[in-house]
Design a protein around this ligand. Structure first.
Ligand SMILES: [Ca+2]
Length: 334
């Protein structure tokens, strides 16, 4: 729309044009325009829960409403939209620009789970409605003490309420088997770091090995009686590599077993234990490849301090330490 020397009141409208408003500047003219009303809990023009200002959209999705965040998912953008005339004098500000989207109810069988939308933790909990922009969104939930259910995808069309999404939460009981695969689904975790609770009492972490896929290291095991191993039936030993200046796997608890893993290629040069670092406790390594790791001090493949370490049927090659123990460095006993 075009405005020149006019007084405008534009409230609860849906603008979706390449250029929604053009206000002609005049040095003599002082704008006195209204672009929003006080927030009111009442359905707005695009079905959002609050009336306030207007939708400022464009067909290409580049309008103010399309590009600004709504952190509490109430259908109102977090920032106001100031509209200037052609001479950069302010015509007015829409303090409550509307989001163009639709509502979806997110439920969980146990209340109080945190909701993530498109990978961002909203810090809001389930059993409430979220107003989301038109398009496809990935919704997931998490609650301490419960397994993370698979994420769900919703498509928001602005054609009214979307079907509610409900997540079934299952309590974590130890011992449990945690499944890790880079192929998400069926309750898998895509990396070991995403497992919510590795607990005492005999948990098993099974990792699906695929040629060409590397899992992130920096894994700390501080619970006792934990076995971390190749998922039976997967084609190769899963490759795990630290991606920061840490050991790939660090253990410090009794009766830990590492079985049929490939703990290799940590070239990030931590001081000790590029592959495996034993800080105490009891560790058994079986049928495992530990190769091509490097450290700036000692114990490139395996570094053990104050622990009890057993290594069987394993390949430990081409590990490089600046100081001592390219393969294995031990302070106490093996
Ligand atoms: Ca908001």
């Amino acid at each position: 729309m075009y405005a020149y020397k006019s007084t405008l009141t534009l409230v609860n409208n849906f603008f979706c044009n390449d250029y929604n408003i053009y206000a002609e500047h005049d040095w003599e003219w002082h704008w006195n325009s209204v672009f929003n009303r006080p927030l009111l809990l009442q359905d707005n023009i695009v079905g959002g829960p609050y009336c306030g200002g207007n939708v400022w959209s464009t067909p290409g999705g580049t309008g103010f409403s399309d590009t600004h965040a709504d952190a509490n998912y109430d259908g109102i953008c977090d920032a106001g939209h100031r509209i200037d005339d052609s001479g950069t004098r302010t015509v007015g500000t829409d303090a409550y620009p509307l989001v163009y989207g639709g509502s979806v109810q997110v439920n969980s069988t146990v209340t109080g789970a945190y909701v993530s939308i498109d990978g961002t933790n909203t810090t809001l909990t389930t059993n409430r409605s979220f107003y989301l922009p038109v398009g496809e969104h990935t919704i997931s939930v998490s609650l301490t003490g419960y397994r993370n259910p698979d994420s769900q995808t919703v498509t928001i069309t602005n054609a009214g309420l979307s079907d509610p999404v409900t997540f079934t939460l299952t309590p974590i009981v130890h011992p449990t088997v945690w499944s890790v695969s880079h192929i998400a689904g069926n309750g898998n975790y895509t990396d070991v770091s995403l497992i919510p609770d590795i607990g005492d009492g005999g948990d098993t972490i099974q990792i699906w090995g695929t040629d060409g896929h590397t899992y992130a290291g920096g894994i700390n095991i501080t619970a006792s009686n934990v076995t971390i191993q190749q998922w039976d039936g997967s084609p190769v030993r899963p490759l795990i590599t630290a991606t920061s200046k840490t050991s790939t796997i660090t253990t410090n608890a009794s009766n830990i077993i590492i079985r049929s893993l490939d703990i290799s290629n940590n070239q990030n040069n931590p001081f000790y234990g590029g592959g495996v670092r034993v800080n105490g406790g009891t560790l058994t390594i079986e049928d495992t490849t530990i190769t091509n790791n490097s450290v700036t001090d000692s114990g490139a493949g395996v570094w053990a301090h104050n622990g009890t370490l057993t290594i069987e049927n394993s390949i430990i090659t081409n590990n490089t330490a600046v100081d001592s123990g390219g393969g294995v460095s031990v302070f106490t006993r093996i």
